[in-house]
Ligand binder design. Structure first.
Ligand SMILES: CC(C)(COP(=O)(O)OP(=O)(O)OC[C@H]1O[C@@H](n2cnc3c(N)ncnc32)[C@H](O)[C@@H]1OP(=O)(O)O)[C@@H](O)C(=O)NCCC(=O)NCCS
Length: 173
């Protein structure tokens, strides 16, 4: 299977935060943002795998900055690493300053999607070939995050989580 680059999976969407999508203090409701991130991440996963995809796990979300009513918000998602059938997707959420137009990172998230066939059975996804330094960094760290997610889901024995152990105790000689 031919490798694809993170750039080939990149999905971008820009939208407005409207009334009805906010919490009582007029900032975007967290659940609304999770759904938007899920949607854009699924497009990136589909572009990479060219198959149906399902959300397997939300690995990380950081609501760093509130996103006020009326904000112009851009979501960017791309596959950072593919394993066999699973793919890690990183989503960055930016808001634009009304006056300067400068983009500020408001939130980021990491989701895991799985490529599946019509019956919902996992199928192989192409490997990924990171190009830039940032893509290479994200690629390297993805294995650690996968192990953490699988340990938390009870699908990997912590003793087998070599990358996590290396993080806390250093690499074994
Ligand atoms: C995700 C799903 C397809 C996994 O199926 P499964 O029968 O458990 O298959 P496997 O155990 O072989 O896992 C398939 C892949 O998912 C990965 N995976 C499963 N759970 C994971 C988790 N919590 N975190 C990270 N990866 C996970 C596995 O490591 C494996 O990856 P690999 O093929 O790259 O090695 C299945 O659990 C499912 O359909 N879940 C519901 C998905 C859904 O409906 N999402 C929308 C929510 S409403």
């Amino acid at each position: 299977m031919k490798a694809r680059t993170p750039k080939e999976s990149k999905a971008i969407t820009t939208d407005l935060v409207l009334p009805g999508e906010t919490n009582p203090i007029n900032n975007l409701f967290g659940g609304d943002l999770l759904a938007r991130m899920d949607r854009i991440a699924s497009i990136a996963a589909r572009r990479h795998s060219r198959s149906h995809v399902v959300t397997a796990s939300v690995n990380h979300v950081a609501f760093q900055k509130p996103i006020p009513l009326g904000s112009v918000m851009t979501l960017e998602a791309s596959v950072s690493r593919a394993f066999r059938s699973s793919m890690e997707i990183i989503i960055d959420v930016y808001i634009e300053d009304k006056h300067s137009g400068t983009r500020v990172l408001a939130n980021d998230a990491i989701y895991t999607f799985v490529a599946v066939n019509d019956e919902g059975t996992p199928v192989k996804a192409p490997p990924i070939q990171p190009e830039t330094d940032k893509e290479k960094e994200r690629y390297e760290a993805a294995l650690r995050r996968r192990q953490l997610s699988l340990v938390l889901a009870g699908k990997l024995d912590p003793k087998e989580a070599t990358e996590l152990k290396a993080l806390f105790y250093g690499k074994e000689e």
